[in-house]
Design a protein around this ligand. Structure first.
Ligand code: FES
Length: 398
């Protein structure tokens, strides 16, 4: 038996600690990966509990610390947590919509030693940005991105791509150029949480993707080293699965707002797990001993086709959450894999997406003010992430 077949071989500690400080968020994005029933989970760790968690994870070797959410700026102790992370020697990263990032807070975050800020936009125009987030936030985001740049951080912009904005790829890149962005992450939607719920509206056509990829290649040529453009093809269009989280319990430790420790942000929905909580377990126990982190570590848990696949050391069987969402069984191969017996389901999702209406018409129909109307229908065209919808979906058990 090879070393990778030993589930209990003591792994190295986590490299990445993701602190999901809160599920609260001023935006209502249709592609949000937070749990669809987040409103049933409103408890948040205290400042002291977050600090203790950060200290313990650092002692195990974690070096990267991401502050995320929801919107982490909604936590008033963000600056204090950043300062503590900095003092512990982490490389600190704030993942934010930017809403709430006033000049005084920027100064305070700078003084706290924050290394990196990633600001998200939903699209390149006010109409599309605001429709996709169901808020009037585009103008504020422009101000904030400019202020972040002026404060001396590298300008890192994130735009989640999908059927409704892929055709605007040139305007999105032009916006990034105008803002002096150094790193533009064009992140094609991963279908978890609200995005999975809304996948019928978000999966693009092959033609859209092909066009966007060609435009990104042309812009790379034109911009040279002045801007780094990252463009990752969405999972469902691949034949091989992504090495999700670089392997379950291998490098990534996510702590959700209430202290539940997860091997990835989406794992909370997996049935049959009692994920540990930093309020009652040490990070060391969580990482090395808990069922939540060890069950799918290594490859002893794999069934065929993964078990005998030469690629298992590269892709770790893909994504457990995707396997569960599509097959109802997290131990199956990721259905994105062409060897998975459920791969045809992924093909069916993508095939169905080839036959839909013009995305721009769709956005016009789905103006925020129409959402209330849309959600009174039994099956709305799109579910905006909102407290009301979260409660509604949790009642449905969705
Ligand atoms: Fe949970 Fe991939 S998102 S394992």
């Amino acid at each position: 038996m090879s070393a990778t077949n030993q589930p209990n071989t003591r792994p190295t500690g986590p490299l990445w600690l993701l602190a999901e400080l809160t599920y609260r968020c001023p935006l209502h994005c249709v592609f949000c990966y937070n749990p669809v029933d987040y409103k049933t989970n409103t408890h948040e760790l205290s400042t002291a509990e977050w600090k203790e968690t950060m200290k313990q994870a650092r002692a195990l070797g974690a070096v990267q610390l991401g502050f995320s959410g929801g919107e982490p700026l909604l936590r008033e102790d963000l600056e204090e947590l950043v300062a503590y992370g900095h003092e512990l020697g982490y490389y600190t990263n704030l993942i934010t919509s930017g809403i709430g990032l006033k000049p005084a807070r920027l100064d305070a975050l700078k003084a706290a030693g924050l290394d990196h800020i990633q600001v998200s936009f939903q699209d390149a125009t006010q109409a599309a940005n605001d429709a996709l987030s169901d808020t009037k936030t585009f103008a504020k985001k422009l101000e904030i991105a400019t202020a972040v740049k002026a404060a001396g951080w590298p300008m890192v912009l994130n735009v989640v791509l999908h059927r409704l904005n892929l055709d605007h790829i040139d305007s999105i890149i032009e916006l990034a150029v105008k803002l002096g962005v150094e790193y533009l992450e064009l992140a094609n939607t991963q279908y978890y949480g609200w995005a999975f719920k809304n996948k019928a509206a978000l999966i693009p056509t092959h033609e859209q993707l092909k066009h966007a990829e060609a435009r990104v290649a042309a812009w790379r040529e034109k911009l040279g080293n002045s801007m780094k453009l990252l463009f990752v093809v969405p999972d469902y269009f691949e034949k091989n699965p992504k090495p999700c989280m670089s392997g379950w319990g291998n490098v990534f430790l996510s702590i959700s707002p209430d202290g539940t420790a997860l091997p990835c942000q989406a794992a909370r929905m997996l049935p049959g797990f009692e994920f540990p909580n930093v309020k009652t377990s040490t990070v060391e126990h969580i990482w090395y001993e808990s069922d939540g982190f060890t069950r799918y570590r290594g490859d002893a848990w794999m069934k065929d086709p993964c078990r005998t696949c030469p690629d298992k050391a590269k892709d770790y069987g893909g994504c457990r959450c995707q396997a569960y969402l599509i097959t109802g069984d997290a131990t199956q191969a990721d259905p994105v894999c062409h060897k998975s017996p459920a791969h045809e389901k992924v093909i069916a999702f993508v095939d169905a997406a080839q036959r839909r209406d013009n995305p721009d018409d769709y956005l016009k129909v789905q103006k925020p003010e129409q959402q209330a109307l849309a959600n009174t229908a039994e099956v709305p065209v799109v579910w905006y992430r909102s407290d009301h919808n979260s409660l509604h979906l949790s009642k449905q058990g969705s």
